[in-house]
Design a protein around this ligand. Structure first.
Ligand code: ADP
Ligand code: MG
Ligand code: MG
Length: 872
């Protein structure tokens, strides 16, 4: 097994083995880009190391030594050399980029002697000691897990004592003192000095990077981003170049397009006389890349050309890290850039217009899940005019509108959010330890750092509203206060955060629906051309239906009739029905309910016109309609004009031990056939009303929770006979279908029997998952999280389809159903219908459509197109 590849040996396709960073460094090397040379230790070597848990094996050490020798030859420098001194960085890099999650160490190769050589070679003592103190800190933290703060305290004290603001103001003498004190930290914490042997430094650094694959923040990040745990990280060892060697040097990051809005412009930040993480750490606020155009026009021009070339080469927007050493440009990293949904749809459309990508390929550059941020509300502009400003000096780091109570640390953010509060996380700057809190927060605010700071990058990745670098804020994280020019805020106070403008406001501001977006419309247009699955919505209110139609839903996959029963006047009617003592009383109640339902369904058909509408007959467990507790019973008894104790007895007698598996779904239809007939009749009467205007209305009546052929035949025949009578009486000819909601394992297995009578299937994936696992969805919270933490389950099966059993049941049902009716229309109306990963499976299985909540329609549409494009 080959464990080490020189940059010259790899290419961009080898991400599995070399990690994203390593593969792209190799690719850029072969393209002739100015990349400091080096080599990559494979992810396989990492996995081998983690598995064996016995330290670096000798074979690997040998390979590393060989690779170092080659690097020494290429770079014409050597470790410990007194004129051509080689220093390297040791950089982590997994297949999928996990920014800031794992560790990187710079300036390896320095020790007490080599620092003197470096000072002499460069004639720059300050620079040499600056590199050394950085190495001591990073190495101590990464390899020996010494808390950063132990080093920071020393550095900050020297700055304070000398009244200095910035690191770059430290003199060589200050830095020498700092180095001495840092070395004392090693003695104190570890009882041994910083290792002087360069190879020993490298081996330990490689081990530490390997191990960092399993550090807590990396694990959390992988969980949040659905990244598998078994990929491992590669390690890149690369010749150092120095952005901290003076005023003609610097380091920066840039995007080839604006990652917030997609505008075609070079977008980035850099710092002169700085190294590595200085830019993203938010200690100094970096300056815009545009300043480089004035300061070093040739370098700016070179960057422009190189980045254009890179963007075309990768056919995607690039996120690039660069360093300038004495006016010479080096590219240290490139990868496809993370972007907001707004930017993603613009860039996709622009790439097609610029001839860089075809529409199908362009669609694949957009993260379907991220689209939700485009569809969600923004602050009402009228209300904004009157709102009291906290500050308008923040950077619009990640668009959106968020309101919540401010908290000053990630743990509180999570606790409060778990308790159901909306929170805004306010920090000087965020670090990878804050990830969980950031994920819980509604919005994120920082007082330091730029558009590419940790907070900004992570928030954009999460699709979370963020205002960064709001320098007017004086945050005291210990006292939990936020002072701003107009006053002081305490933990728990409410603010509103506008990530689109960078403004912060006092209190809660009302929001308005997400605005029109031409680029999104274009993306959805293309998506409809490529998708094989049609996208319907689950909806019953006018508002939801209008939204779904706006987003391009081609039908309704699920009207939940019970949602219409929960209004006060209707609830009384249904209660009367359920509690009535004889059929004639029941009939009176039903007449009232029928009128309500006709009203509701008519609105739906009017809005939907010729688009198909699936109406599910009553599904909810009985008990949901019955009064609970003595007070409610008293109230209902008086509404129904019966004796409370009698009502109490009746309610008691209808009580079920396990209502979710009790008297519900078509079982209600079996025991109260008049209820289902009334509903079916209401559907047809509404359809007739709308059809009068010449509209070919398409009602589809769905029977829920079927688990036997006899149930279906029984109910369907009754419905057909009844509706025929209704239509004949009205002398109307109307087509309608009766189908089955497939949501029990038994229904899947007898799908061939069901298909004989069913005119369509629709999978109810919530119940199907419940019944397949035997998990009650409403109670699963208690153990599911633990299962996910312990890896008992890889994913929550209520959020993404269980690709073993539940998927197989769906496949069986499709196969058996279509063995009877080749063209049987089969959809999904459970929550999984809006989940991109599940949609991939539904596409592969060959379903006709998925149905999801209106706001997820665009997400499902794009996901369906992507599945079709990938599997084409
Ligand atoms: P991350 O994955 O967290 O971005 P990197 O490995 O990219 O970590 O390293 C972070 C930064 O360190 C880089 O952006 C670059 O500025 C600096 N760096 C890494 N290797 C070198 C090097 N060989 N020479 C100069 N700077 C380097
Ligand atoms: Mg990097
Ligand atoms: Mg169900």
């Amino acid at each position: 097994m080959k464990r080490v590849y020189a940059f010259g040996e790899g290419n961009a396709k080898m991400k599995d083995l070399l990690g994203g960073k390593g593969a792209n460094l190799a690719e850029m090397t072969s393209l002739g880009f100015p990349v400091p040379q080096g080599f990559t230790i494979t992810t396989q070597a990492c996995l081998e190391y983690l598995e064996e848990a016995r330290g670096l094996k000798d074979e690997l050490k040998d390979e590393i030594t060989q690779a170092v020798k080659k690097l020494e030859a290429i770079s014409e420098k050597e470790f410990n050399h007194s004129e051509n001194l080689l220093l390297v960085s040791v950089r982590s890099g997994a297949k999928i980029s996990m920014p800031g999650m794992m560790d990187t160490i710079l300036n390896l190769g320095l020790n007490d002697e080599n620092v003197l050589k470096l000072a002499q070679i460069t004639n720059n003592e300050r620079f040499a000691y600056d590199c050394y103190r950085r190495l001591l800190q990073m190495y101590g933290n990464v390899v020996y897990e010494i808390d950063m703060i132990k080093f920071d305290r020393i550095l900050n004290k020297v700055k304070e004592d000398n009244h200095l603001h910035y690191d770059y103001e430290l003199t060589a003498d200050h830095l020498k003192d700092i180095v001495k004190d840092y070395q004392a930290v090693y003695q104190k914490e570890l009882n041994h000095p910083f290792p002087q042997d360069v190879y020993q430094q490298i081996y330990a650094a490689v081990e530490a990077v390997f191990k960092s694959w399993n550090n807590q923040r990396a694990i959390v990040y992988r969980r949040l981003n659905n990244i598998p745990d078994d990929l491992g990280t590669a390690v890149n060892i690369q010749e150092m170049v120095f952005g901290n060697s003076g005023e003609t040097s610097g380091t920066g990051v840039l995007f080839t397009r604006n990652p917030a809005n997609g505008k075609h412009e070079l977008y980035g930040e850099y710092l002169t006389n700085a190294q590595g993480e200085d830019v993203v750490a938010g200690i100094r606020t970096p300056v815009s890349i545009n300043r480089l155009r004035d300061q070093f026009p040739e370098i700016y021009q070179e960057i422009l050309e190189l980045t254009n070339k890179l963007e075309k080469h990768y056919s995607d927007m690039q996120d690039i890290e660069f360093t300038i050493e004495d006016k010479k440009l080096y590219i240290l990293q490139t990868r496809n850039g993370k972007r907001t949904a707004q930017a993603a749809v613009k860039i996709a459309v622009d790439f097609v217009n610029e001839g860089i990508l075809s529409p199908d390929k362009a669609l694949l550059t957009i993260n379907s899940e991220s689209l939700h941020t485009l569809l969600h509300p923004a602050f009402d502009p009228n209300a904004l005019g009157q709102a009291e400003l906290v500050s308008k000096l923040g950077l619009p780091a990640s668009p959106g509108a968020a309101t919540g109570q401010i908290v000053f640390d990630a743990i509180t953010a999570k606790e409060w959010a778990d308790a159901g509060k909306s929170v805004i996380l306010v920090r000087h700057e965020t670090s990878p330890e804050d990830i969980v809190g950031m994920n819980s927060a509604n919005g994120i605010v920082t007082s330091q750092g730029g558009m590419t700071s940790h907070a900004a990058v992570v928030a954009r990745g999460m699709g979370k509203c963020c205002v960064a670098g709001c320098s007017e804020l004086d945050i005291n994280e210990d006292k939990k206060t936020l002072a701003y020019p107009g006053g002081l805020l305490n933990e728990g106070d409410i603010i509103s955060v506008d990530g689109t403008t960078g403004c912060l406001y006092i209190g809660e501001i009302p929001t308005v629906a997400g605005g029109a977006n031409e680029n999104l419309d274009q993306v959805l247009d293309w998506s409809r051309q490529f998708a094989k699955l049609a996208i319907r919505m689950n909806a019953e209110t006018a508002n939801d239906i209008e939204n779904g139609l706006r987003f391009g839903a081609v039908g309704i996959g699920l009207v939940r009739t019970e949602h219409m029963f929960f209004q006060e006047d209707r609830l009384i009617a249904i209660r009367k029905f359920l509690l009535a003592k004889n059929p004639s009383d029941r009939k009176i109640c039903l007449d009232t309910i029928r009128d309500f339902q006709i009203e509701d369904f008519s609105h739906i058909f009017e809005l939907m016109q010729e688009k198909p509408v699936v109406v599910r007959l009553l599904d909810a467990p009985l008990h949901e309609f019955l009064p609970h507790g003595q007070n409610e019973i008293k109230q209902v008894a008086s509404q129904l004009q019966i004796d409370p104790s009698e009502l109490s007895d009746r309610v008691q007698s209808m009580k079920e031990v396990n209502p979710m598996m009790g008297h519900r779904g078509c079982r209600m239809g079996m025991t109260y056939p008049e209820l289902y007939l009334m509903q079916a009749e209401a559907v047809i009467r509404s359809a007739m009303k709308v059809a009068k205007n010449g509209v070919a209305v398409k009602p589809e009546i769905m029977i829920p929770l079927v688990s036997s052929q006899a149930e279906l035949i029984h109910l369907k025949d009754k419905i057909k006979v009844h509706l025929k009578k209704v239509l004949d009486e009205a002398n109307v000819n109307m087509e309608f279908t009766v189908g089955v909601m497939v949501e029990t394992p038994r229904a899947c297995l007898i799908a061939d029997q069901l298909a004989k009578d069913a005119e369509f299937f629709s999978f109810g994936t919530n119940d199907l998952t419940q019944l397949t696992f035997g998990y009650s969805r409403d109670d699963a919270g208690k153990f599911l999280n633990q299962y996910l933490d312990q890896g008992i389950l890889k994913d929550d099966p209520f959020q993404t389809i269980d690709t073993f059993a539940v998927k197989e049941l769906v496949e069986i049902a499709v196969e058996r159903g279509r063995s009877i009716k080749e063209n049987l229309k089969i959809g999904v109306c459970g929550e999984l219908g809006g989940d991109p990963r599940s949609i991939t499976h539904f596409h592969q299985i060959g379903l006709s459509y998925v149905s999801c909540s209106p706001y997820r329609v665009p997400i499902a549409q794009l996901a369906a197109a992507q599945s079709a494009i990938i599997n084409a």
